[in-house]
Write a protein that binds this ligand. Structure first.
Ligand SMILES: Cc1ncc(COP(=O)(O)O)c(C=O)c1O
Length: 461
């Protein structure tokens, strides 16, 4: 009788044969780095592939494979890799120096472009990452309101620091009641003081959330939310939920921060334009750097004045690489190319992908769907509707290791995604690339079905 080890062993064996050179390279890397890399999010078992170069929608790995990249460095490469205009702009800038600790025209140009497009941004500050952008937004909110506590969504991700990861992946036993979720530490590094300062809000539950906001109104500096829960599996907010957050925060003098680090790509004016909800502060990152490190926090002139150096007590924001000319050049070249037409193109590829995923799972009689918005998608191995972090995590738990085996099977067939099955499209892609991914899914599910029947029959539809 086969056991779950059998399907895993077979998938690992096939993968290791396919990625043999990467398998050798990871051994050397593990001597230098814990686990062999410097990023938790890019790691997966048994080991990730080493990439040697990339162009457009394609990655080329150390074993000589050509792979279609639906990961795009976690959604940051909206035009794919080595976009010619971005390469030219960065090359030209590099020859003139990489950083001056002084303002530049390119910084102003990119700032103006963002300001013209994003409804909630009257003024902004560049940062070196999305992490720094959300952090500076929270600090500005605290200084502005004189209050300490922050409300974040259960399953929301805002970067790599303590508060930003509270209740990121709360296990069923730790979550607490839906109407009043516990503040759950993501790991043992999170101080109790941070947990005490963080109110966790149930996502997509307007009535419960409104009640919590009212209860804590006197002590809340900010409510921070993603329009689409990204690391929790591309779960879009409802318009009603975001409108409620906007209205309740405005009524209580709480700063409403929309984290658009991932979602800025969904329309020309970001997800805030799509939902018709304008926040007090918008955190940005990823695509605005054209593939180079970046972040930005922007909002009303009144709030952004907290960063004005001539204020008696401005919020301290230094950051050696903020606004560095290389990121400005790359970001400017990328954003100038991004217009409503090519956003429509990548969004329709995303819709085609999600429909293809649903049809393919259904044709194999296996539970599965893809959620998302526009060019952003995530596969879930369940037919239960996904409205919040609990739905998403329960699906992951019920699927056991099938999700990670599916990821390896897809990769071996030339389709790269995040190991949590997040996919995004780029302007370098065509419909044929999406068709390729769907046929890779079809082939992978066909191969896995006997194993699923044996080892996870609950996944059969
Ligand atoms: C919604 C969101 N906010 C913030 C961040 C942090 O951005 P960075 O990785 O550039 O620090 C991320 C990163 O994935 C994100 O998805």
């Amino acid at each position: 009788m086969a056991t779950s080890k059998d399907m895993k062993s077979q998938v690992y064996r096939d993968y290791q044969n396919w990625a043999a050179v990467s398998g050798t390279l990871i051994n050397e890397a593990r001597e230098v780095f814990p686990g062999g890399d410097t990023r938790m999010s890019a790691h997966f078992a048994p080991y990730p592939v080493f990439i040697e170069r990339a162009s457009g929608s394609r990655l080329y790995d150390a074993d000589g494979h050509e792979i279609i990249d639906f990961m795009n460095n976690f959604t940051s490469l909206i035009h794919g890799h080595a976009n010619p205009a971005v390469v030219a702009a960065v090359t030209e800038q590099m020859a003139r120096g990489s950083a001056y600790a002084a303002p530049t025209g390119s910084q102003v140009e990119l700032g103006q472009l963002i300001r013209e497009r994003i409804p909630g941004v009257e003024q902004l500050r560049f940062t070196s990452s999305g992490t720094e952008a959300t952090l500076m937004g929270l600090r500005a909110a605290r200084a502005f309101t004189g209050r300490q506590k922050i409300m974040k969504m259960e399953g929301g991700y805002h970067g790599s620091y303590e508060l930003a990861e509270v209740s990121l992946v709360p296990k069923p036993g730790d979550r607490g009641p839906l109407e009043r979720p516990n503040s759950v530490a993501v790991d043992a590094s999170i101080p109790d003081s941070v947990l005490a300062d963080t109110i966790v809000c149930p996502f997509n539950q307007p009535e419960l959330a409104a009640r919590l906001i009212r209860e804590h109104a006197h002590e809340l500096a900010a409510v921070i939310a993603e329009p689409v829960l990204g690391s929790m599996g591309m779960v879009p907010a409802t318009r009603e939920f975001l409108e409620m957050l906007r209205a309740e925060t405005a009524a209580a003098g709480i700063v409403f921060i929309l984290d658009e680090v991932i979602t800025l790509r969904t329309t020309f004016g970001g997800a805030q334009q799509h939902f018709g909800v304008t926040p007090d502060l918008t955190a940005m990152g990823k695509i605005i750097g054209g593939g180079l490190p970046i972040g930005a926090i922007g909002g009303s002139t009144e709030l952004m004045r907290m960063f004005h150096p001539d204020e008696p007590e401005p919020v301290m924001h230094a950051s050696t690489f903020s606004g560095n000319p290389l990121s400005m050049a790359a970001g400017g070249a990328a954003m100038q190319q991004l217009n409503p037409q090519n956003i429509e193109h990548i969004n329709s590829l995303g819709e085609h992908f999600r429909q293809g995923v649903a049809d393919t799972f259904s044709s194999h009689g296996i539970r599965g769907q893809a959620t998302g918005l526009g060019s952003l998608s995530n596969i879930h191995l369940t037919n239960t509707p996904i409205n919040d972090a609990r739905d998403s995590l329960d699906g992951v738990i019920a699927a056991g290791n099938i999700g990670s085996l599916l990821h390896l099977g897809m990769l071996r067939r030339g389709v790269a995604s995040a190991s949590r099955l997040m996919y995004c499209t780029s302007t370098a892609m065509q419909r044929a690339d999406v068709e390729f991914a769907i046929s890779a899914l079809d082939d992978t599910l066909r191969e896995m079905k006997p194993g699923i029947e044996r080892e996870r029959p609950a996944l059969l539809a």
